[in-house]
Design a protein around this ligand. Structure first.
Ligand code: PAF
Length: 288
Protein backbone atom coordinates (compact mmCIF):
# COMPACT_ATOMS: atom_id res chain seq x y z
CA UNK A 1 0.00 0.00 0.00
CA UNK A 2 1.31 3.41 -0.99
CA UNK A 3 1.09 6.23 1.57
CA UNK A 4 1.52 9.62 -0.07
CA UNK A 5 1.54 13.05 1.53
CA UNK A 6 2.04 14.89 -1.74
CA UNK A 7 -0.55 15.92 -4.32
CA UNK A 8 1.71 15.51 -7.34
CA UNK A 9 2.97 12.04 -6.40
CA UNK A 10 -0.63 10.94 -5.76
CA UNK A 11 -1.96 12.33 -9.04
CA UNK A 12 0.89 10.73 -11.02
CA UNK A 13 0.21 7.34 -9.44
CA UNK A 14 -3.52 7.50 -10.18
CA UNK A 15 -2.88 8.70 -13.75
CA UNK A 16 -0.51 5.77 -14.23
CA UNK A 17 -3.23 3.34 -13.08
CA UNK A 18 -5.69 4.96 -15.48
CA UNK A 19 -3.12 4.68 -18.31
CA UNK A 20 -2.88 0.96 -17.55
CA UNK A 21 -6.66 0.68 -17.88
CA UNK A 22 -7.48 0.21 -14.21
CA UNK A 23 -10.77 1.50 -12.77
CA UNK A 24 -10.10 3.61 -9.69
CA UNK A 25 -12.41 4.14 -6.68
CA UNK A 26 -11.92 7.00 -4.20
CA UNK A 27 -13.09 7.10 -0.58
CA UNK A 28 -12.67 10.63 0.85
CA UNK A 29 -12.44 10.64 4.66
CA UNK A 30 -11.33 12.72 7.61
CA UNK A 31 -9.75 9.65 9.23
CA UNK A 32 -10.47 8.02 12.60
CA UNK A 33 -11.89 5.30 10.43
CA UNK A 34 -14.64 2.96 11.62
CA UNK A 35 -16.84 0.24 10.11
CA UNK A 36 -18.85 2.89 8.23
CA UNK A 37 -15.74 3.96 6.33
CA UNK A 38 -14.74 0.32 5.93
CA UNK A 39 -18.04 -0.42 4.19
CA UNK A 40 -17.23 2.40 1.71
CA UNK A 41 -13.76 0.95 1.06
CA UNK A 42 -15.25 -2.51 0.56
CA UNK A 43 -17.80 -1.16 -1.93
CA UNK A 44 -14.96 0.66 -3.73
CA UNK A 45 -12.93 -2.57 -3.83
CA UNK A 46 -15.82 -4.57 -5.26
CA UNK A 47 -16.44 -2.09 -8.07
CA UNK A 48 -12.90 -1.01 -9.01
CA UNK A 49 -9.40 -2.38 -9.67
CA UNK A 50 -7.63 0.14 -7.43
CA UNK A 51 -8.83 1.95 -4.31
CA UNK A 52 -7.54 5.26 -2.98
CA UNK A 53 -8.53 6.64 0.44
CA UNK A 54 -7.87 10.22 1.48
CA UNK A 55 -7.35 10.99 5.16
CA UNK A 56 -7.48 14.73 5.76
CA UNK A 57 -9.21 16.69 8.53
CA UNK A 58 -10.30 19.60 6.37
CA UNK A 59 -10.07 22.93 8.22
CA UNK A 60 -12.28 24.85 5.76
CA UNK A 61 -15.41 22.86 6.64
CA UNK A 62 -15.27 23.68 10.37
CA UNK A 63 -16.77 26.88 11.79
CA UNK A 64 -14.74 28.97 14.27
CA UNK A 65 -16.49 27.44 17.30
CA UNK A 66 -16.51 23.87 16.04
CA UNK A 67 -14.34 20.86 16.84
CA UNK A 68 -11.52 21.13 14.26
CA UNK A 69 -8.76 21.10 16.90
CA UNK A 70 -10.27 18.28 18.95
CA UNK A 71 -11.49 16.16 16.00
CA UNK A 72 -10.06 12.68 16.72
CA UNK A 73 -7.00 11.65 14.74
CA UNK A 74 -5.07 8.34 14.65
CA UNK A 75 -3.31 7.96 11.34
CA UNK A 76 -1.39 4.79 12.23
CA UNK A 77 -4.61 2.97 13.07
CA UNK A 78 -6.28 4.36 9.92
CA UNK A 79 -3.39 3.19 7.73
CA UNK A 80 -3.52 -0.28 9.31
CA UNK A 81 -7.27 -0.56 8.63
CA UNK A 82 -6.78 0.58 5.02
CA UNK A 83 -4.02 -1.98 4.54
CA UNK A 84 -6.17 -4.75 6.05
CA UNK A 85 -9.08 -3.80 3.79
CA UNK A 86 -6.89 -3.99 0.68
CA UNK A 87 -6.63 -0.27 -0.12
CA UNK A 88 -3.93 0.54 -2.68
CA UNK A 89 -3.15 4.16 -1.84
CA UNK A 90 -3.71 6.44 1.14
CA UNK A 91 -3.42 10.16 0.49
CA UNK A 92 -2.56 11.94 3.74
CA UNK A 93 -1.59 15.55 3.10
CA UNK A 94 -1.16 18.26 5.70
CA UNK A 95 -3.12 21.52 5.48
CA UNK A 96 -0.17 23.36 3.90
CA UNK A 97 0.07 20.81 1.10
CA UNK A 98 -3.69 20.91 0.49
CA UNK A 99 -4.17 24.68 0.71
CA UNK A 100 -1.05 26.35 -0.69
CA UNK A 101 -0.07 29.93 0.09
CA UNK A 102 -2.51 32.49 -1.29
CA UNK A 103 -5.35 29.98 -1.56
CA UNK A 104 -8.60 31.90 -2.14
CA UNK A 105 -10.84 29.85 -4.46
CA UNK A 106 -13.94 28.13 -3.06
CA UNK A 107 -16.70 25.99 -4.51
CA UNK A 108 -20.22 26.83 -3.35
CA UNK A 109 -23.82 26.38 -4.53
CA UNK A 110 -27.05 28.35 -4.40
CA UNK A 111 -29.43 25.62 -3.21
CA UNK A 112 -29.24 22.47 -1.04
CA UNK A 113 -26.80 23.88 1.52
CA UNK A 114 -29.01 26.39 3.30
CA UNK A 115 -31.36 23.92 5.04
CA UNK A 116 -30.66 21.27 7.70
CA UNK A 117 -26.98 21.36 8.77
CA UNK A 118 -26.43 24.52 6.69
CA UNK A 119 -28.51 26.54 9.16
CA UNK A 120 -26.25 25.93 12.14
CA UNK A 121 -23.06 25.34 10.07
CA UNK A 122 -23.17 28.16 7.47
CA UNK A 123 -19.68 27.62 5.94
CA UNK A 124 -19.57 23.85 6.29
CA UNK A 125 -20.72 22.78 2.83
CA UNK A 126 -18.58 25.37 1.06
CA UNK A 127 -15.57 23.76 2.74
CA UNK A 128 -16.78 20.24 1.87
CA UNK A 129 -17.40 21.12 -1.78
CA UNK A 130 -14.04 22.85 -2.05
CA UNK A 131 -12.01 20.00 -0.60
CA UNK A 132 -13.96 17.31 -2.46
CA UNK A 133 -13.46 19.14 -5.79
CA UNK A 134 -9.75 19.38 -5.03
CA UNK A 135 -9.63 15.67 -4.17
CA UNK A 136 -11.39 14.81 -7.44
CA UNK A 137 -8.64 16.72 -9.29
CA UNK A 138 -5.80 15.19 -7.30
CA UNK A 139 -7.27 11.67 -7.55
CA UNK A 140 -9.06 11.46 -10.92
CA UNK A 141 -11.09 8.38 -9.97
CA UNK A 142 -13.99 6.77 -11.83
CA UNK A 143 -16.20 6.53 -8.75
CA UNK A 144 -16.25 8.20 -5.34
CA UNK A 145 -17.98 6.73 -2.27
CA UNK A 146 -19.85 8.64 0.46
CA UNK A 147 -21.98 7.45 3.37
CA UNK A 148 -25.70 8.13 3.58
CA UNK A 149 -25.31 9.15 7.22
CA UNK A 150 -24.23 12.53 5.85
CA UNK A 151 -27.27 12.55 3.55
CA UNK A 152 -27.19 16.29 2.86
CA UNK A 153 -23.48 16.08 2.03
CA UNK A 154 -24.21 13.21 -0.36
CA UNK A 155 -26.96 15.23 -2.09
CA UNK A 156 -24.67 18.30 -2.30
CA UNK A 157 -21.78 16.35 -3.80
CA UNK A 158 -24.05 14.63 -6.34
CA UNK A 159 -25.45 18.04 -7.36
CA UNK A 160 -21.96 19.59 -7.58
CA UNK A 161 -20.58 16.74 -9.71
CA UNK A 162 -23.58 17.02 -12.05
CA UNK A 163 -23.59 20.83 -12.27
CA UNK A 164 -19.82 21.05 -12.84
CA UNK A 165 -19.75 18.13 -15.32
CA UNK A 166 -17.23 16.29 -13.18
CA UNK A 167 -16.24 13.03 -14.82
CA UNK A 168 -16.86 10.88 -11.75
CA UNK A 169 -19.74 8.74 -10.49
CA UNK A 170 -20.92 9.49 -6.95
CA UNK A 171 -21.95 6.38 -5.04
CA UNK A 172 -23.98 6.59 -1.81
CA UNK A 173 -23.65 3.72 0.69
CA UNK A 174 -26.05 2.73 3.50
CA UNK A 175 -25.62 3.88 7.12
CA UNK A 176 -23.68 1.41 9.28
CA UNK A 177 -24.95 1.13 12.85
CA UNK A 178 -23.76 -0.28 16.16
CA UNK A 179 -25.70 -3.37 17.31
CA UNK A 180 -27.95 -1.13 19.46
CA UNK A 181 -28.81 1.20 16.58
CA UNK A 182 -26.42 4.16 17.06
CA UNK A 183 -25.11 5.28 13.67
CA UNK A 184 -21.30 4.86 13.47
CA UNK A 185 -19.51 8.18 13.65
CA UNK A 186 -16.00 9.33 14.55
CA UNK A 187 -17.70 11.82 16.90
CA UNK A 188 -19.25 8.98 19.00
CA UNK A 189 -15.87 8.89 20.71
CA UNK A 190 -16.73 12.20 22.46
CA UNK A 191 -19.61 10.54 24.38
CA UNK A 192 -19.20 9.36 27.99
CA UNK A 193 -21.05 6.20 29.08
CA UNK A 194 -24.21 8.03 30.10
CA UNK A 195 -24.26 10.09 26.89
CA UNK A 196 -23.58 7.00 24.80
CA UNK A 197 -26.77 5.46 26.23
CA UNK A 198 -28.72 8.71 25.73
CA UNK A 199 -27.55 8.90 22.09
CA UNK A 200 -29.77 5.90 21.29
CA UNK A 201 -32.66 8.36 21.25
CA UNK A 202 -31.60 9.44 17.73
CA UNK A 203 -32.18 6.06 16.06
CA UNK A 204 -35.18 5.38 18.33
CA UNK A 205 -36.91 8.63 17.30
CA UNK A 206 -36.26 7.95 13.62
CA UNK A 207 -37.60 4.40 13.95
CA UNK A 208 -40.83 5.86 15.42
CA UNK A 209 -41.09 8.34 12.52
CA UNK A 210 -40.41 5.64 9.96
CA UNK A 211 -43.06 3.41 11.51
CA UNK A 212 -45.68 6.14 11.00
CA UNK A 213 -44.61 6.65 7.38
CA UNK A 214 -44.65 2.90 6.76
CA UNK A 215 -48.20 2.79 8.16
CA UNK A 216 -49.19 5.27 5.45
CA UNK A 217 -48.79 8.70 7.08
CA UNK A 218 -47.85 11.22 4.37
CA UNK A 219 -48.24 14.46 6.34
CA UNK A 220 -44.64 15.55 7.02
CA UNK A 221 -45.60 17.62 10.09
CA UNK A 222 -47.10 14.55 11.78
CA UNK A 223 -44.00 12.41 11.17
CA UNK A 224 -41.82 15.30 12.36
CA UNK A 225 -43.93 15.70 15.51
CA UNK A 226 -43.59 12.00 16.32
CA UNK A 227 -39.79 12.19 15.98
CA UNK A 228 -39.69 15.33 18.18
CA UNK A 229 -41.84 13.64 20.83
CA UNK A 230 -39.43 10.73 21.17
CA UNK A 231 -36.41 13.08 21.24
CA UNK A 232 -38.17 15.08 23.96
CA UNK A 233 -38.22 12.01 26.22
CA UNK A 234 -34.42 12.06 26.61
CA UNK A 235 -33.16 14.60 29.15
CA UNK A 236 -29.60 14.75 27.82
CA UNK A 237 -30.76 15.45 24.26
CA UNK A 238 -31.15 18.96 22.82
CA UNK A 239 -32.60 19.01 19.31
CA UNK A 240 -30.83 21.17 16.70
CA UNK A 241 -33.30 20.22 13.97
CA UNK A 242 -35.80 17.64 12.79
CA UNK A 243 -36.49 18.20 9.08
CA UNK A 244 -38.38 16.38 6.37
CA UNK A 245 -37.21 17.35 2.89
CA UNK A 246 -37.14 16.18 -0.69
CA UNK A 247 -33.87 14.20 -0.92
CA UNK A 248 -33.43 15.32 -4.54
CA UNK A 249 -32.92 19.00 -3.72
CA UNK A 250 -33.15 19.29 0.10
CA UNK A 251 -36.24 21.52 -0.02
CA UNK A 252 -38.82 21.25 2.78
CA UNK A 253 -42.04 19.39 1.91
CA UNK A 254 -45.43 19.32 3.59
CA UNK A 255 -46.51 16.00 2.12
CA UNK A 256 -44.35 13.02 1.19
CA UNK A 257 -46.05 12.93 -2.23
CA UNK A 258 -44.21 16.17 -3.15
CA UNK A 259 -40.80 14.40 -3.35
CA UNK A 260 -39.84 14.77 -7.02
CA UNK A 261 -37.98 11.47 -7.31
CA UNK A 262 -40.06 9.70 -4.65
CA UNK A 263 -37.32 9.90 -2.00
CA UNK A 264 -38.09 11.67 1.28
CA UNK A 265 -35.24 12.48 3.65
CA UNK A 266 -36.10 12.61 7.36
CA UNK A 267 -33.00 14.06 9.01
CA UNK A 268 -32.14 15.06 12.56
CA UNK A 269 -29.27 16.75 14.37
CA UNK A 270 -29.22 16.44 18.14
CA UNK A 271 -26.80 17.58 20.83
CA UNK A 272 -26.06 14.93 23.43
CA UNK A 273 -24.23 16.99 26.00
CA UNK A 274 -21.76 19.00 23.91
CA UNK A 275 -21.62 16.49 21.06
CA UNK A 276 -23.69 17.17 17.97
CA UNK A 277 -24.81 13.96 16.27
CA UNK A 278 -26.76 13.49 13.04
CA UNK A 279 -28.84 10.61 11.73
CA UNK A 280 -31.57 10.09 9.13
CA UNK A 281 -33.64 7.73 7.07
CA UNK A 282 -34.68 7.97 3.44
CA UNK A 283 -38.25 6.89 2.80
CA UNK A 284 -38.94 5.58 -0.70
CA UNK A 285 -42.42 6.20 -1.98
CA UNK A 286 -43.89 3.35 -3.99
CA UNK A 287 -44.28 4.31 -7.64
CA UNK A 288 -47.75 4.41 -9.20
O1 PAF B 1 -17.58 13.12 5.26
C1 PAF B 1 -16.42 13.49 5.53
O2 PAF B 1 -15.67 12.82 6.26
C2 PAF B 1 -15.92 14.81 4.98
O3 PAF B 1 -16.93 15.78 4.99
C3 PAF B 1 -15.28 14.69 3.59
C4 PAF B 1 -16.30 14.27 2.53
C5 PAF B 1 -14.14 13.70 3.64
C6 PAF B 1 -14.71 16.05 3.17
O4 PAF B 1 -13.74 16.51 4.05
Amino acid sequence: MIISEKKEETRNQVKEWKRQGFRVGLVPTMGYLHEGHQSLMEAAKRENDKVAVSVFVNPTQFGPNEDFASYPRDFEKDAALCEKTGVDLVFHPDAGEMYGEGFCTYVDMEGLTKELCGKSRPIHFRGVQTVVSKLFHIIPADKAYFGQKDAQQLAVIKRMACDMDMDIEIVGCPIVREADGLAKSSRNTYLNAEERQAALVLSRSLAAGRKLAEAGERDASKVKKRIEEVLGEEELARTDYVEIVDFADITPIENFAEAKKGEVLCAIAVYIGKTRLIDNFIFQLQKG
